[in-house]
Ligand binder design. Structure first.
Ligand code: MN
Length: 199
């Protein structure tokens, strides 16, 4: 069973406002996309998702991305999500899998910049190897990031999300602390949550 199937099975699409992946249109055009969804679940976290081979590879990052290269942010691997989920913002009922308020905190395209002996390593291979290097082109998050799996080759091991020390690195910026509005709607988490209740 693919992880996308298990995701679908955990949801009752009749009861949740998320898009149904049966209407599959790549959100990306040519360039693959990334999205960071701020998710107020049982504990607040940021879901970091990269489009790789037709689905969104996903990590839960409790503290969200940093722009400081000296900060290593824990990234807990979670199951693949369908591409369509990357544009979701709203409130998922608490009794549903993944329940809570979801904000599109940042999104954009990305480039795979991982090379080995001068050759680009495919994003799928990078994911399997636990060594991802990407240049993100979001509204809040820009420039190079490394995602590295800790430990050995166990696919359940945690990863670390680290800003590369490039022109976009900025130890003084604190985007998760100061940039608190949706790139999709301009709303705060409180506004998204309230409008979800009103629906
Ligand atoms: Mn989440």
């Amino acid at each position: 069973m693919s992880s996308q199937t298990s995701y679908q099975e955990k949801r009752n699409l009749e009861e949740t406002p998320e898009p149904d992946s049966s209407s599959s249109e790549s959100a990306s055009g040519n360039k693959p996309t990334f999205v960071i969804q701020k998710h107020d679940a049982s504990s607040l976290h940021y879901d970091f998702r990269l489009e790789i081979n037709g689905s969104l590879k996903s990590w839960a990052v409790p503290k969200g991305p940093s722009t400081d290269p000296s900060e290593k942010r824990l990234a807990i691997p979670t199951e693949d999500h369908p591409l369509e989920y990357g544009s979701f913002e709203g409130v998922i009922p608490e009794d549903q899998y993944g329940g809570g308020t979801v904000m599109m905190w940042d999104t954009g395209s990305y480039e795979n910049i991982k090379t080995e002996d001068g050759e680009t390593v495919s994003a799928g291979e990078c994911y399997e190897n636990g060594q991802i290097e990407v240049a993100l082109h979001g509204e809040k998050i820009d420039g190079g990031y490394v995602l590295v799996r800790t430990g050995g080759n166990n696919s359940d091991d945690n990863w670390l999300l680290i800003k590369m020390d490039d022109g976009q690195a900025d130890a003084r910026r604190n985007p998760t602390g100061t940039e608190n509005k949706s790139v999709k709607s301009g709303r705060t988490m409180e506004q998204i949550a309230k409008e979800g209740q009103d629906e």
